[in-house]
Design a protein around this ligand. Structure first.
Ligand code: NAI
Ligand code: MG
Length: 509
């Protein structure tokens, strides 16, 4: 059963359950890492970081403004232009990255607990997606450091008859990268940005989301121990409208790597236009799940439910729109509702919690506002729909039926545990509805007929199509979106390509 206000006795984290390493780290007045130095904001200002199960302050971090961003970008520029990092042998960069991975692995418990308290997600969730996956990605990308290469060509050059030429390409680091990351998988998203920067010999300024800056700062404390030269990775904390905006405008930045809202994605593209900075954008989504009549309900029901309720729906590729063939609509939706009602809401640190609060009270209000708007436009609340406590940022797992495709709840990214369910009559109808969104991050097909699956894949406007699964990401497999879901790809070799520039060399021989 869903928890309700009446049956909740203790929905706040019991911080005495933390390991000593996490408990000692949290209450500090933290500093940024600029040019290898622990640094306060120039103004000395700080802001509060809170535990979303209670709304209580757990730490304070520096509030960077444009002047601090300038210092950080200048440090990254110096490290790029005259520091050792871009000039080191690839195998030496590889070794530093492997050491960083080992250190992160060594401190995995503390990192997972800090992330859990700060983001409201359970410790196993933070461990899997922020820590273990980050360790793997650093190791995966460490391997790429020695494998970056160009191509050779034998040009014909028809207008210089008789002459011979030889051409080749070099892949050179793109330069200073500004990485701006969101709060839904805080350390994981940060390492998705850090790892290709390090593998390619770039330098960077990382600005984690203001809601969840702690694990990035804790990671910053490992850099020196791993042997990373100062200025290669600078970590600044501050708000999007000030620190973030200064970073994307800064002329010393060569490339922006961003994950977050489509709204800020538009601002980055506009800011980059004046200086022709490179940018990759991983933005919002409203991913469709199409369930065909031959789908296996035993896989489909838990699979589609976890696609939306995993990480509390705070997931860019969450399966937030469910389209089910009319013949099996009622039974699939009923199964998903039962699954939702079995999810135990509770404080992130408690071992029997399935789902903690959303990241912040603001996000809770946003999500509840969407649910209200849907219901007021005629959607049927099939389960959930409410917050759960007075202070915590909880939202019950929610399913809305009887939705029209023009409703906000169907068109806009809610970024919370809210599923909209719609029946379809035939394949063309399903494809039309699935594609009727500005987003194009993910889509999933739930079916057993392989031929049908193959015929459907090319028709879906999405950067990733999953079949009989959803939200499966691998570090070797490119990830990103089409349409308003973004530009470029992260992970795999694509990440290397986006962090390098091709230089062409042609010589007369
Ligand atoms: P946001 O896009 O404002 O924040 C993400 C990052 O961008 C943060 O580090 C923030 O400080 C930075 N930022 C904000 N404004 C900026 C600016 N003007 N210039 C430069 N950087 C800026 O996302 P927000 O407001 O936290 O969440 C709102 C909605 O955005 C969510 O409900 C969700 O729909 C979507 N979102 C999508 C994410 C994804 O993974 N694709 C992640 C986070 C949010
Ligand atoms: Mg915002």
């Amino acid at each position: 059963m869903n928890s309700t206000a009446a049956d909740i006795s203790a929905m706040e984290n019991d911080l005495s359950a933390l390991s000593p390493a996490a408990a000692n780290f949290l209450p500090k007045r933290h500093k940024m890492i600029i040019d290898g130095q622990a640094t306060d904001a120039a103004t000395g200002e700080t802001f509060a970081v809170v535990d979303p199960t209670s709304g209580q302050e757990i730490a304070r971090v520096p509030q960077a403004e444009a002047v601090d961003i300038d210092t950080a970008v200048n440090a990254a520029r110096r490290a790029f232009e005259s520091g050792p990092w871009p000039r080191m042998k690839p195998s030496e960069r590889e070794r530093v990255m492997l050491k960083l991975a080992d250190l992160l692995e060594r401190d995995a418990v503390a990192f997972s607990e800090i992330e859990s308290v700060n983001s409201g997600r359970t410790v196993p969730n933070a461990r899997a997606f922020d820590v273990d996956l980050s360790v793997d990605y650093l190791r995966y990308m460490a391997g790429w450091a020695t494998k970056i290469r160009g191509e050779t060509f034998s040009p014909s050059v028809p207008y210089v008859p008789g002459a011979n030429f030889f051409s080749y390409t070099l892949r050179e680091p793109v330069g200073v990268v500004a990485a701006i990351t969101p709060w839904n998988v805080p350390l994981g998203q940060a390492i998705w940005k850090v790892a290709p920067v390090l593998a390619t010999g770039c330098t960077m300024v990382l600005k984690p989301a203001e809601q969840t800056p702690l694990t990035a700062l804790r990671f910053g404390a490992l850099l020196e121990e791993a042997g990373l030269p100062p200025g290669v990775v600078n970590i600044v904390t501050g708000f999007g409208e000030t620190a973030g905006a200064a970073l994307i405008e800064h002329p010393g930045v060569d490339k922006i790597a961003f994950t977050g809202s489509t709204q800020v994605g538009h601002m980055i593209a506009a800011a980059a236009a004046t200086t022709l900075k490179r940018y990759t954008l991983e933005l919002g989504g409203k991913s469709a799940m199409i369930v065909m009549p031959d789908a296996d309900p035993e896989i489909t029901i838990p699979g589609t439910a976890m696609a939306i309720f995993g990480n509390h729906g705070q997931n860019c590729c969450a399966g937030s729109r469910l389209y089910v063939h009319r013949d099996i609509f009622d039974s699939i939706v009923e199964g998903v509702i039962n699954f939702a009602e079995g999810i135990r809401l509770g404080p992130a640190l408690r071992a029997d919690t399935d789902m903690g609060p959303l990241v912040s009270w603001k996000q809770r209000e946003r999500v509840l506002g969407y649910i209200e708007s849907g219901v007021s436009e005629g959607a049927e609340l099939l389960t959930g729909g409410h917050g759960a406590t007075e202070h915590g940022a909880y939202v019950q797992p929610t399913v809305l039926g009887n939705v029209r495709q023009d409703m906000q709840v169907v068109q806009e990214e809610i970024f919370g545990p809210v599923l909209v369910a719609t029946p379809f009559d035939d394949l063309d109808d399903a494809v039309r509805q699935a594609n009727a969104t500005k987003y194009g991050l993910g889509a999933s097909i739930w079916a057993r007929d392989v031929q049908l699956v193959h015929s459907l894949i090319p028709r879906l406007q999405a950067g990733t199509v999953w079949v009989n699964t959803h939200n499966i990401l691998d570090l070797a497999v490119p990830f990103g979106g089409v349409k308003s879901s973004g530009i470029g790809r992260e992970l795999g070799e694509e990440a290397i390509r986006h962090h390098t520039e091709l230089k062409t060399v042609t010589m007369a021989i």
